[in-house]
Design a binder for this molecule. Structure first.
Ligand SMILES: *Cc1c(COP(=O)(O)O)cnc(C)c1O
Length: 395
């Protein structure tokens, strides 16, 4: 089976969608499946749906589907909440595991919410922890034996620069620190070997490369051998060993299920579960090869056609995720002009034009066509119009 399976997605005719790294498109399997969950399950079965339709088991069932793509064994991933919440859960657990240490290392390539959640947690704990945010290339030397946790996003959301998970995790462990990986731009984008790298925690979202739809639930992984020792900070009833015993005291569920908090978003999770069908038979190594080929073609085409743009992503494919970014002073307006011509990417301040490459529904022809349109926009200054220059709320 080929990796390219655009027929499984509902993409508007003529649109070249290079923003699946931000919000994946609608898989065709989703609308009917969600309609069935609404009408037959909720409408017809009502409260019986929790057992009859498997709603209560869904966060673990879907967790296994995601786990396969990130090298996590069955039963080690659970879905729920948003990524920001999962970051908080992983970091709070990590700090408890290293209660004698006070330093958290992250890097300036991290997505701000991860850093904000860490700051908020540290302030709330009031134990004098310190968040040290260093440059991405300085992470390894910053990992000293004072470090409780290293918390990094593998693929930089702006540039696509990719950390070496095995190498950094080994460094963290050599220093006695707990490793947390954010796989927001890795899951479904690049091969990940979570079990092999031995990181304690990983988190990520599913509305980007996994096409779960806006607001799709996040995931969290705990390395199975330590999961039963993890103390959840968000000790919700559905992470309890026996939620329907309604005990007055909290006892965590076995394994990663303790990271469940409250009632799962069944309709949203159903959309995700149906979306995961598009991944059947996909081997990540094969997807990676296709992704690298698309990215290399795009870089070559854009550099040949648009000398005004500067590559912001690593040139070496081995150090780049599944996206390509270019710097251009009028990047915001240029992206608006591109979008108006049905080539969809996005913009990240201050000057980054970002393009995601998703081989499930983007082919080589799309890449060449996107570069042609970009050339027109830049050469003919098509971006220089008031409606493209005015910033909207979401960029
Ligand atoms: C997309 C992304 C998020 C988003 O967090 P939400 O809670 O899902 O809004 C967080 N962290 C990283 C690294 C991301 O790329």
């Amino acid at each position: 089976m080929s990796i390219y399976r655009k027929h499984l997605f509902d993409l508007p005719e003529g649109m070249i969608y290079l923003d699946g790294n931000s919000l994946g498109p609608l898989p065709k399997s989703v609308p009917a499946r969600v309609a069935q969950a609404v009408t037959a399950e909720w409408g017809g079965n009502l409260i019986k749906g929790w057992n009859l339709d498997g709603w209560m088991a869904q966060p673990s069932r879907v967790g296994d589907l995601v786990g396969r793509l990130i090298g996590a064994p069955a039963g080690s991933v659970v879905m729920g909440d948003t990524l920001s919440i999962k970051v908080y859960q992983a970091l709070s657990a990590a700090l408890q595991m290293r209660s004698e240490r006070r330093v958290v290392i992250s890097d300036s390539g991290n997505f701000p919410t991860d850093l904000y959640m860490a700051e908020g947690l540290i302030r709330h704990l009031g134990h004098g922890h310190e968040l040290r945010v260093v440059a991405p290339e300085e992470v390894t030397e910053a990992i000293t034996d004072q470090v409780a946790a290293v918390m990094l996003t593998q693929v930089d959301y702006r540039t696509g620069r990719m950390h070496d998970m095995a190498d950094i995790t080994a460094r963290a462990h050599a220093a006695g620190a707990v490793m947390i990986w954010d796989l927001a731009h890795s899951a479904g984008a690049v091969p990940v070997d979570l079990a092999g790298c031995k990181a304690e925690f990983a988190v990520g979202c599913t509305y980007k490369y996994l096409n779960g739809g806006p607001g799709a639930p996040a995931f969290i992984y705990i390395r199975p051998d330590i999961a039963d020792a993890v103390q959840p900070a968000l000790a919700g009833w559905l992470g309890h060993e026996a939620p329907f015993a309604f005990d007055l005291d909290y006892r965590p569920a076995p394994g990663v299920e303790r990271m469940r908090v409250g009632t799962p978003p069944v309709l949203q999770m159903t959309a995700l579960e149906a979306a995961m069908e598009a991944w059947e038979g996909v081997e990540m190594a094969e997807l990676r090869a296709a992704s690298v080929a698309l990215c290399e073609t795009f870089i070559a085409e854009v550099e040949a056609r648009c000398p005004e743009l500067t590559l912001a992503s690593p040139r070496d494919a081995a150090q780049r995720g599944s996206q390509v970014s270019f710097r251009f002073e009028q990047g915001y307006a240029a992206m608006q002009a591109l979008i108006a011509r049905d080539v969809i990417g996005d913009f990240r301040a201050p000057d980054i034009m970002r393009f995601g490459f998703t081989p499930l529904y983007v082919g080589a022809d799309d890449v060449t066509r996107a570069a042609e349109v970009l050339e027109e926009v830049i050469k003919d200054r098509l971006w220089d119009r008031p409606e493209y220059l005015a910033r909207q709320r979401v960029t």
